[in-house]
Design a protein around this ligand. Structure first.
Ligand code: PLP
Length: 430
């Protein structure tokens, strides 16, 4: 094997023994009898998140309306408080992050703020491998503004169906492009884009730029403010373990505070000290808090708060370090056990660790059936069409032995043709 990795179970156990983040695994509830490799879709429940939700319920039960100011932390400023804590994960300055809304709705809000078509600069640039919800939002927004989504949404093509070349993106930012919206990590292949280079390219060409960090927040550190990114948005239910459908996050560069109005203004974005003056004129908060819309969903945010403690304690740099080792180990095991033996697997994720996020896209023409067979054996991955098995060895709760076990099961399934006893149709939720 490359890089000194070894293919034995004992070796995987040794790596776990030496893992400085090993103790965090016990903070999480892992579905009994499973190897969970799907934390890039839905992160696991931690004891800390559970405790925070129970505390929020107790505050509601015991303090009722008093919870807005007297709960710990007070619900009224929960979005700002969690934004302050999340700033460390994405390299934001104070006041640039707020926990609010949901991912796609936050994008709509940010488009309402940062898409400012002027003269012939009226196009939005994205890429053809972007997450569908983002593309729907971009098209919907262009339609709302009376522009033509067919003509005014430019999707940079992929050369290989898996990745997007940064130079192709830069070359497509013409003087007709007002705004660029891209993912940090591509949801299917796991490619990590070069965010600072792209931010520079957009600004040099006179466009604004925003990133969807859903597949990187909590597993890849960012420095959004030093890179001068205009805005970003992300969900908290993947690597940040905030629970299904939990409250999301957004980032707005300080440069835009007080000068750019929120596209979807609402009273929760009003200056907190004056919100209850109930005036009809708008006096938005002087920071990213202005992009909040309505009352914060406290129960859906409490788990975000609890889970965040675990991530911050582990530290996103240490998480990234372990993540790169886990994905590197996974790729070496694929090379050693699953390829070159006619088993039909290939790796669709960039092999350079600095060009990938937290998951690996394993490609196979029979991916749907293999995913079903894996689940039957207690390994939980997910499937993305047309042929991708996504495997996310999440550093906070996955082990090197989990990776080893996953590859062993994959090998045995295909070697024994076990997957052929499953139907090739994917489930409603894949
Ligand atoms: C990369 C990416 N962007 C956006 C979304 C949409 O998020 P939401 O359903 O929370 O609006 C998802 C959901 O999985 C995603 O993976």
């Amino acid at each position: 094997m490359d890089s000194g990795w070894q293919a034995t179970q004992e070796y995987a156990r040794r790596l776990d023994h030496d893992d400085p983040l090993a103790r965090f695994r016990e903070d999480f509830y892992r579905p009994a009898g499973t190897v969970y490799m799907d934390g890039n879709s839905l992160g696991l429940l931690s004891r800390s998140a559970e405790k925070a939700v129970l505390a929020a319920l107790a505050a509601w039960r015991e303090q009722a309306i008093g919870g807005w100011l007297d709960a710990d932390p007070p619900w009224f400023t929960l979005g700002e408080e969690l934004g302050r804590l999340q700033a460390a994960l994405v390299g934001a300055r104070p006041g640039e992050v707020v926990v609010t809304g949901s991912t796609t709705v936050n994008l709509h809000n940010l488009l309402g703020s940062f898409y400012r078509p002027k003269g012939k600069r009226r196009r939005i640039l994205a890429d053809e491998l972007n997450f569908p919800s983002v593309i729907y939002a971009l098209r919907g927004h262009l339609t709302l503004r009376g522009t033509d989504p067919q003509a005014d949404l430019i999707l940079v093509p992929s050369r290989d169906g898996r990745t997007i070349a940064e130079e192709d993106i830069a070359a497509a930012i013409t003087e007709e492009v007002a705004l660029v919206v891209l993912p940090s990590v591509l949801y299917r292949s796991g490619q990590l884009l070069d965010l600072p280079t792209l931010a520079r390219a957009a600004h040099e060409r006179g466009a604004l730029i925003g990133f969807d960090l859903s597949h990187s927040a909590g597993v890849v550190p960012h420095r959004l403010s030093s890179w001068d990114v205009d805005f970003a948005f992300w969900c908290n239910y993947k690597y940040l373990n905030g629970g299904p459908g939990c409250t999301a996050s957004l980032y707005v560069n300080k440069r835009h505070h007080g000068t750019t109005s929120p596209g979807l203004a609402g009273w929760w974005g009003y200056r907190k000290d004056k919100q209850f003056d109930m005036r009809l004129d708008w006096e938005g908060a002087g920071d990213a808090g202005a992009w909040q819309v309505g009352t914060i969903p406290v129960l859906a945010t409490a788990a975000v708060a609890g889970a965040l403690r675990v991530t911050l304690e582990a530290g996103v740099d240490a998480i990234r370090e372990k993540s790169m080792r886990l994905t590197e180990y996974l790729i070496s095991l694929v090379d050693c056990k699953l390829t070159g033996r006619d088993l039909g697997f290939s790796v669709g994720t960039p092999r350079d660790p600095v060009r990938r996020g937290g998951h690996i896209a394993l490609e196979h023409p029979e991916a749907v059936r293999i995913v079903k067979a894996l689940r039957a054996r207690g390994v939980i991955p997910d499937f993305r069409p047309p042929d991708v098995i996504r495997l996310a060895p999440v550093p906070l709760y996955c082990t090197f032995e989990d990776v080893w076990q996953t590859i062993r099961h994959l090998h045995d399934i295909v070697d024994r043709r076990e997957h052929l006893s499953y139907t090739p149709e994917r489930g409603t939720v894949a």
